[in-house]
Design a protein around this ligand. Structure first.
Ligand code: NAD
Length: 272
């Protein structure tokens, strides 16, 4: 990673800020892209306190093309190249989650699919799917110039939707599918495109689903997840760093179009 320039969207989030620190520890220069300047600036200051000065704050919503274009220019002005794009921005919307796991004749309508709001579906789809597609397009000329690579963030839900989170599962399935498509499309240009599919890591976007209000006790759903994970626990965000660093490294130069589960075996297990 030494002196590679990495751009991370959603950089201040729980998973991505961990990966940002890992990239810096390994000698990369990291552009911290976020919607809220205060959050990415706070991350840059926190990294500086740890001795990592090679960051650049880029204020950009992944759905705001003009802001992303300004971001690319800012990064190229400072460092002259971009080697890696990590598309980390993503998340749920509470109204895109059905309260009931299954619909029965007795389930209150507002807890079922009938109660889910189309605007929430559109929000989740825009954020996770278009919020991945658009940065790929805007950063591509710089990545072609460096023969760089892209890492998207999919989810277990892309293969097997969890109950409740319909909008998110469909949007992440689109991210995986697009990862395959773009990998093929860009192979002749020397740009590799892969994704990771994290299992279950406690972060701001899923805390309300997996932990009780005390922030420690797993909910019934959280216990189910742990029970279905052969390794018997939630993941630690640090456990995503090695797989991502591998995907963007020269060791993975013949690896493209892969969606790599990092999930303690969740995907491999049928549960019976
Ligand atoms: N936590 C998990 O278990 C898990 C599992 C699978 C996939 N993921 C995915 O990992 C990625 C990182 O999420 P996280 O779990 O660290 O959650 P998080 O909520 O901590 O981080 C998400 C970040 O994205 C940012 N963001 C949201 N909308 C944005 C926008 N329009 N433009 C720019 N930034 C925006 C948020 O401000 C936040 O910093 C997401 O794509 C998420 O879907 C997480």
């Amino acid at each position: 990673m030494k002196d590679k320039v990495v751009a991370v969207t959603g950089a201040a989030g729980v998973l991505c800020s961990t990966m940002v620190e890992d990239f810096l520890e390994h000698g990369a220069k990291v552009a911290l892209i976020g919607r809220h300047k205060a959050n990415v600036s706070a991350l840059a200051r926190a990294m500086k306190r740890k001795g990592f000065a090679e960051t650049l704050v880029v204020e950009a919503d992944v759905l705001d093309r003009a802001a992303l274009e300004r971001g690319v220019k800012k990064i190229l002005r400072k460092w002259g190249r971009i080697d890696v794009l990590l598309n980390g921005a993503g998340g749920h919307h509470p109204k895109g989650v059905a309260k009931a796991e299954q619909m029965t004749p007795d389930t209150p309508k507002e807890e079922t699919f009938l109660g889910m709001e189309m605007e929430a579906f559109a929000f989740v789809n825009r954020l996770n799917f278009l919020g991945t597609v658009q940065p790929c397009q805007v950063f591509l000329p710089a990545l072609i110039a460096s023969r760089g690579s892209i890492v998207n963030i999919s989810s277990m839900a892309a293969w097997q939707p969890m109950t409740k989170g319909a909008a998110y599962a469909a949007a992440k399935a689109a991210v995986s599918n697009f990862t395959y498509w773009l990998a093929n499309h860009l192979a002749p240009m020397g740009v590799r495109v892969n994704a990771i599919a994290p299992g279950f890591f406690i972060t701001n976007q899923n805390r309300f689903l997996l932990l009780e209000a005390d922030g420690e006790t797993p909910t019934a759903r959280g216990r189910k997840v742990i029970g279905h994970t052969p390794m018997g626990r939630f993941g630690d965000p640090k456990e995503l760093c090695g797989p991502v660093r591998f995907l963007v490294s020269d060791d993975a130069r013949f690896v493209t179009g892969v969606v790599l589960p990092v999930d303690g075996g969740f995907m491999a297990s049928s549960g019976v």
